[in-house]
Structure formats: structure tokens, C-alpha cells
Design a protein. Structure first.
Length: 103
């Protein structure tokens, strides 16, 4: 069974052919950033013991990574990253709301 986040990713991928070019580009960028974040998360799990003394929580690490990348982006790319971050925040709030209803 797919996790809630995986289901959301599959829904987003399924909707791509029906989106405008600009919206599709934003969704694709979000999906790629999400894949990078998952890869980093998986890598972190493997390296957790090695780096445990200097660990930072996952959310701070992800936001730090995105901010570091954002600093080198063009204004249009920065705007796209901001949109993705806002969308990600909405998805987190949605999940929290869904989780609170399941209690």
C-alpha cells in the first residue's frame, strides 16, 4: 500500500498531461525537488550513526538545502522554488488535518 505522500505524488504525476505548461513546469520541479529530498533522507538514514553527533533535524536540513540552492537561482527560478515551498507547506497542513481527523 502506498503512503499518503506517495499517493499525492502519483496523483500529481497523473495530472501532468492536463496542466498548462507553466503549471506543469512547477509540478515537475516540485516532483524533482521532492525526489532529491527523499534521496537525501535515505542517505541520511544510512549515515545517521556516523554523523549523529552533528545531526540537524530533517526539516531544517531540507530547508537549508533548498535555501542554499535558491541563492544561486535566477529570480524566476527563485519564484518557482517559493511556489513549490508554499505548495509543500499546504500539503503538510493537509496531511496534519487528515491525521487529526483520523484520531
Amino acid at each position: 500500500m502506498l503512503s499518503t505522500e506517495d499517493r499525492y505524488m502519483m496523483i500529481m504525476k497523473a495530472s501532468l498531461p492536463y496542466l498548462s505548461n507553466d503549471t506543469r513546469r512547477i509540478f515537475l520541479t516540485y516532483l524533482k525537488i521532492n525526489q532529491i529530498m527523499h534521496t537525501l533522507h535515505d542517505f541520511d538514514k544510512e549515515q545517521e550513526e556516523i554523523f549523529s553527533s552533528c545531526s540537524v533535524n530533517d526539516e531544517d536540513r531540507e530547508s537549508g538545502l533548498i535555501q542554499a540552492i535558491r541563492d544561486f537561482c535566477t529570480p524566476k527560478e527563485q519564484e518557482m522554488i517559493d511556489t513549490i515551498l508554499n505548495f509543500n507547506q499546504v500539503m503538510k497542513l493537509w496531511k496534519e488535518m487528515e491525521d487529526s481527523q483520523n484520531l
